[in-house]
Design a binder for this molecule. Structure first.
Ligand code: IPE
Ligand code: IPE
Ligand code: MG
Length: 224
């Protein structure tokens, strides 16, 4: 079965640039092109949800210059999703608003509003995102609702977005870890790790990951 929800940890922009003898920001720039390619491919393949890990709560520890460049690039990329070629893409946001520059928040809100009735693909942008924070925020929301006997479904309903869980989680660049991504939602996800660096990850690479997913036997603890 085709994955309904694919989540990607887009890693390796810095190493891509270094290998080419280019400044780091060139890696991020080509990485933004890979974002557009992944969205196009997801649309063509009939994927329902695409989650992209764009900036983690830990990424604030990077040099100010790099953060500023990434934020500008994010703002520019966000603008593209109001273009006609993305008329089937609905943008949603997962992360903490606090800490993000108002330039980004304004743009995010605009694009979320402009795309809210789009149906084919939900693009879940994980920005200033950390899974531990997401679970902590969910628990605090539940406490504020006055609930005491907390069920799994309460946590699920209070995550940043109420989306189907990811069937397939991809991480590029050869690293094999979650880096605080979707800890709750990944309970039964399939993982796909590739050495390909994110700026090189284009249509054929995503199709390969989907083909690999199709070979997996998902048991969910059951016995056949
Ligand atoms: C991924 O590429 C982009 C972000 C984490 C924002 P990196 O910048 O982490 O690239 P590497 O891992 O240093 O190669
Ligand atoms: C994970 O990549 C975060 C994103 C892709 C946005 P990092 O490059 O920040 O992760 P670590 O530090 O290698 O675990
Ligand atoms: Mg990295």
């Amino acid at each position: 079965m085709k994955p309904k929800h694919i989540a990607i940890i887009m890693d390796g922009n810095g190493r891509w640039a270094k290998l080419k003898g280019l400044p780091r920001k060139e890696g991020h720039k080509e990485g933004a092109n890979s974002v557009e390619s992944a969205v196009q491919t997801a649309l063509e393949e009939g994927i329902k949800v695409l989650s992209l890990y764009a900036f983690s709560t830990e990424n604030w520890a990077r040099p100010k210059m790099e953060i500023a460049y990434l934020m500008q690039l994010l703002a520019d990329t966000l603008s593209k999703f109001t273009e006609n070629k993305y008329k089937d893409v609905k943008l949603v946001f997962s992360g903490r608003r606090k800490g993000l520059p108002s330039m980004i928040l304004n743009k995010l809100d605009k694009v979320i509003e402009a795309t809210k009735n789009h149906k084919k693909l939900t693009l879940n942008l994980c920005l200033n995102y950390g899974a531990r924070q997401e679970i902590t925020d969910a628990v605090n929301k539940i406490i504020a609702q006055g609930k005491t006997n907390i069920k799994e479904s309460d946590i699920e309903k209070n995550l940043y977005q109420n989306l189907p869980v990811p069937d397939l989680i991809i991480r590029t660049s050869g690293e094999e870890r979650l880096s605080n991504f979707l800890l709750w939602q990944a309970a039964y996800s399939e993982f796909y790790f590739t050495k390909t660096l994110w700026p090189d990850f284009k249509e054929k690479d995503l199709l390969k990951a989907i083909a690999e997913y199709n070979k997996r036997d998902r048991r969910f603890g059951k016995r056949k």
